[in-house]
Ligand binder design. Sequence first.
Ligand SMILES: Cc1cc2nc3c(=O)[nH]c(=O)nc-3n(C[C@H](O)[C@H](O)[C@H](O)COP(=O)(O)OP(=O)(O)OC[C@H]3O[C@@H](n4cnc5c(N)ncnc54)[C@H](O)[C@@H]3O)c2cc1C
Ligand SMILES: *[C@@H]1O[C@H](CO)[C@@H](O)[C@H](O)[C@H]1NC(C)=O
Ligand SMILES: *[C@@H]1O[C@H](CO)[C@@H](O)[C@H](O)[C@H]1NC(C)=O
Ligand SMILES: *[C@@H]1O[C@H](CO)[C@@H](O)[C@H](O)[C@H]1NC(C)=O
Ligand SMILES: *[C@@H]1O[C@H](CO)[C@@H](O)[C@H](O)[C@H]1NC(C)=O
Length: 596
Amino acid sequence: MAPRSVALLLALACGLGKSTATVESESFDYIIVGAGTSGLVVANRLSEDPSVTVAVIEPGTDQRDNINVTATEAFGLSFNTPMDWAYSTVKQRDAGDRAFGLHAGKAWGGTSTINGMTYIRGNVAEFDAWEQLGNPGWNWESIFSYFKKSEKYTIPTDSQLAAGATYESQYHGFDGPLHVGYVPSLENGSFAPAVKDTWEGLSVSHNLDLNSGSVRGFGMGPQTLDSNLNVRWDAARAYYQPVEHRPNLRIIKGTVKRITWASGGCKKGHLVANGVEMLTDAGKSRTLGAKKEVVVSAGALRTPLVLEASGIGNPRILKSLGIETRINLPGVGEHLVEQPAHFLMFSGDLGSSSASAYHTYLTAADLFGANLAAIEAATRADIPKWARAAADASGADSLNVRGLEKLLHIQHDLLFKHNVTAAEVLTAIAPGSVLASNYWTLFPFSRGSVHLGSRDNIDEPVIDPRIFLSDFDLSTLTAAGRFATRFWLSEPMKTQGSVTGPVLSGDVDLPRNATDAQWHVYLRDTAVANSHPTGTASMMSRELGGVIDPELRVYGTANVRVVDASAVPMQLSGHLTAALYGLAERAADIIKRTTH
Ligand SMILES: Cc1cc2nc3c(=O)[nH]c(=O)nc-3n(C[C@H](O)[C@H](O)[C@H](O)COP(=O)(O)OP(=O)(O)OC[C@H]3O[C@@H](n4cnc5c(N)ncnc54)[C@H](O)[C@@H]3O)c2cc1C
Ligand SMILES: *[C@@H]1O[C@H](CO)[C@@H](O)[C@H](O)[C@H]1NC(C)=O
Ligand SMILES: *[C@@H]1O[C@H](CO)[C@@H](O)[C@H](O)[C@H]1NC(C)=O
Ligand SMILES: *[C@@H]1O[C@H](CO)[C@@H](O)[C@H](O)[C@H]1NC(C)=O
Ligand SMILES: *[C@@H]1O[C@H](CO)[C@@H](O)[C@H](O)[C@H]1NC(C)=O
C-alpha cells in the first residue's frame, strides 16, 4: 500500500475532520478538567515532577474559609448555595413522575467540599469485579496500597473509643495527605451501648473496622476531617493547599466546553488531543494547549458532556446536537447508576448533647431472610427484562442489551454469590431529640443516562437515572426501611429513647402494619436520590459498553483520560470518595508511567 493511502486509512479510522484548534494562548503539559475530588489528586501527583506543567480548569472557587465547608457539623448548609450545582433530573416515570434533586460540588475540592465526609471504601469482591469487567490488574489487592497512600488516619482517643469508635490499624494509612478520623464531639456519646445491643439483638454484628474490605455489620464510620483541628479535609485541603506554591501547578477559572484535536490528529489510528476550549466567567471562549494529555475529572454528571461536546459518543445523539462524531463510543453517558434513598425521622429522645452516626450494611440474606432464595431467582429471571427496558429507553444503539445483561449478571453474583452488602442504613442521633434513619439501595439494577442537552450549554446535563426502573431496587429499599424501623422499635433502644414510631411528613401514609405493596407506593412518592452517581464513562471493555481502558484512556484517543466517579463501572458499598482517592492515586501513577 502506498504511504498516502495508509495515511488516508488512518485518518478515516479517526474520522476525517479538520483540526479544531491551532492557536492557543498558553500551553501546559497536562490539562485537568475539574478541580474536584479526583482531579486534584491527579494534579498534585503529576506536578510532583517540577519539569512538568499542570493546569486545572474549574468554574468553582476557593472555599477554604467558608464556615459551611470547614465546620464538621455543617452538612447540608452548602446545599443550593453557589457551590452546589443543584441539578435536577428529568421526571422519573417509576417514582411518582417526580424530578429528583442531585447535589454536586462546584468549588476547589468539588463534591468533597460539600459532602457528608464519610470515609468507607467498600467490599473486596466489588473491586475484584472491576477485573472481570475487562480491567486486568484492577482489584482490591492492587488498589489497597493506594487507599493507604492517600490516608492519614488519626487513632481515636480513649473517650472516642468509649463512645463507639473502633478500628484495626492494619487497614489504615498514616502518612497520606487526607486526614481521616472522628469529630471531637464524639467524646460525649453515651448511647453507644444501646445502639450496639439493639443491632446485635437484630443479628447484626459489630464491625470493628468498616474499611477492612468487609463492610457487613454496623460501626461508626470515620470521616475525612482533621480530628484535632475539627476541620473538614476535602480534596483541596488534602491535595492542593499543601502544594499550591508549586510554580508548575495552576488552577484556572473557567468551564471547559470541549477538547480540541490536533490537525491530522492521528497517532496509530488514535485521535490526539492538543488542548481544550474553555469559557471564562465573562462568557468568552479561550483555548489552552495540552502538550501531553487532557485528563477529564468533571464528575459523573459532567464528564460525559465534555466528551460529547468533543465529538466522542453515540453518533445518533451527537448528530441530533449538531456535533460531528470523532469517535463512535455509545457508552458515553450511559450506565448511570444512582442509588434510591429515603429518610425516616423517629419520635423519641435520647437526651443526646452530641451527634453520632452509625453505618449498618446489610446483605440480601439480612434483608430478605426466608425469602432470599425466591428473591435471588426472581432477580436473576428479571435481568433480561431490565436490560431490555434500559436499552429501549436509551436506544439500542446506546446500550447493548447483551453487554448490559452480562453486567447485571456480574452484579447479581456479587449480591447473591459473594454476599456483598445490598443496602446501607445510616442511623443518626443528634441534639434536639433527632433520631433519624437514612437508608439506600447500594446496587440498583436500574441503569440510566446523562447527556448533553444542547451543543452550546455545557452546564445543563439531561439526567435520567431511571429510579425504580427495576423493582428489585424498590424491594431492597423497602426491606432496608423495615430494618431501620425495627431498629428504633427494638429493645433496648425503644425504651431508652422512648421511641414511639416514625414521624411521617406530608400527606402520604405508611401504616405501622404496611404491606410491601403499601411501602412501594409510599417510597415511589417519597424516595430521594443519594447523589452518588457512577458509571457514565465506565472503565470497562468496549464490548460491555465501556468508555475507558484499564489505563483510564478514552477508547480511540491517544491522550485523553477520565479520572473520577464516571470511571467506576459498578456501584460500591461505600461512600465513593474513599474509593476515588485510591483510584485517582493509582491513575496518577499510571499516567506518569504511560504518557508518551
Ligand atoms: C450531598 C452529598 C453527600 C455525599 N456524602 C458523601 C460522603 O459522606 N462520603 C463520601 O465518600 N462521598 C459522599 N458523596 C459522594 C462523593 O462526594 C462524590 O462521589 C465524589 O466527591 C465525586 O468526586 P469526582 O471526582 O467524581 O467529582 P467532583 O468532586 O464532583 O469534581 C468535579 C469537578 O469538576 C468541575 N466541573 C464540572 N464541569 C466542568 C467543566 N465543564 N469544566 C471544568 N470543570 C468542571 C466541578 O465544578 C467539580 O469541581 C456525597 C455526595 C453528595 C452530593
Ligand atoms: C452557609 O449556608 C447558609 C445556609 O445554606 C447560607 O445561607 C450561607 O449563605 C452560606 N454561607 C456561605 C459563606 O456560603
Ligand atoms: C461534652 O459535654 C460537656 C457537658 O455538656 C460539655 O461541657 C463539653 O464541651 C462537651 N464536649 C465536647 C467535645 O463536645
Ligand atoms: C454466601 O451466603 C450463602 C448462604 O446464604 C453461603 O452458602 C455462601 O457460602 C456464602 N458465600 C460466600 C462467598 O461467602
Ligand atoms: C392494618 O391495621 C389497620 C388498623 O388496625 C387495619 O384496618 C388493616 O386491615 C391492617 N392492614 C393489614 C394489611 O393488616
